[in-house]
Write a protein that binds this ligand. Sequence first.
Ligand code: GAL
Length: 351
Amino acid sequence: MSNNQTVGTIDKFDDYQGHQIDKLTLSNANNVSISVITLGSTLYELNVPDKEGGVRNLVLNFEHSQDYFENPFYICMGIGRVGGRIADGQLVVDGKQTQLPQNEGTTTLHGGPDGFNTQIWQGEIGKQDGNDVIIMHHLQKSEDDGFPGDMDATITYSLSDDNVVSMNFSAKSSEDTVFNPTQHTYFNLGKTSDIMSHQLKLNAIQALKLDDKKIPTKDRIDVEGTPYDFRKSKSLGDAINAMSNTKEKGFDDVFAVHPDAHNIIAELKDPDTNCSVAIESSRSGMILFTANSFTKDHMNFVRTNGVGHPHEGVAMEPMILPKPGQEKDFSEMTIKKDQSVSYAIKYHLSF
Ligand code: GAL
């Protein structure tokens, strides 16, 4: 057996409303580690070695479970059954309409009020190809979140010896239903309190035009000649500044992405630390959210000693591209009763 193994451990994180929350960690031989907490299957840390001989966490996190719920921005949480917005909470599966619980005015956002992120997952360390992996499991009941079917959901996290973090989301349901999960990771690859000096490349020539509830319309934005054009790596800060006359004052947008030959859809880099992450996904969409309204309230992030800042991190959320809200077409994310479906998201790290 090689000595390059990835090793897993389980520790108690804290207690939340009478439940013990655990933290599961994987470490490889390059001093890279990830940890995931059982609350919401939340990516808690993604540590890489830094030039000073220590480690640096590349994702936003909080010290306590409670903080994750006082903050409304799904900080690094597991998202399901469906990432993004379902207009008026009206889901249609096989021609049958279901009224889902709504959690953003009339909209069902990120799986609704009882989505994956609100659940306490069962975490264990398993084995894959001789390496330890983190396995998070949860039975998402229809009576709890209002979606059709009881869904057996598993998210498996692995870390390779060439520093690729893989997340595999798989599900099987007792009825036909929908599945379009993601991980709401916020990256900050640098040492400063925002991501304005990061560079971003996106394999996207169009974004969806959203209505005032951020629901996709049938119109598209051609990125060419607009701040949405990330086809060549460019300053994320400049692009955010170019959006300063919009209501959002930055990006909270759904891009139609074109995975390249290696299924890479996005690359984020911090020129200062030379740290980068390439995001691999074979799905057709991605939300780019640049944390425009982050303030110091309920934003007590560990990396900035308990104070939050606008644009402190950037979230890139791979998913199946949603259809225009008015079409109520969920066919691409529909999964059949007893069918096993899985989607992968990978972060290729260099530092
Ligand atoms: C994004 C969404 C934003 C915001 C953010 C965090 O996916 O588009 O509007 O809700 O998640 O909550």
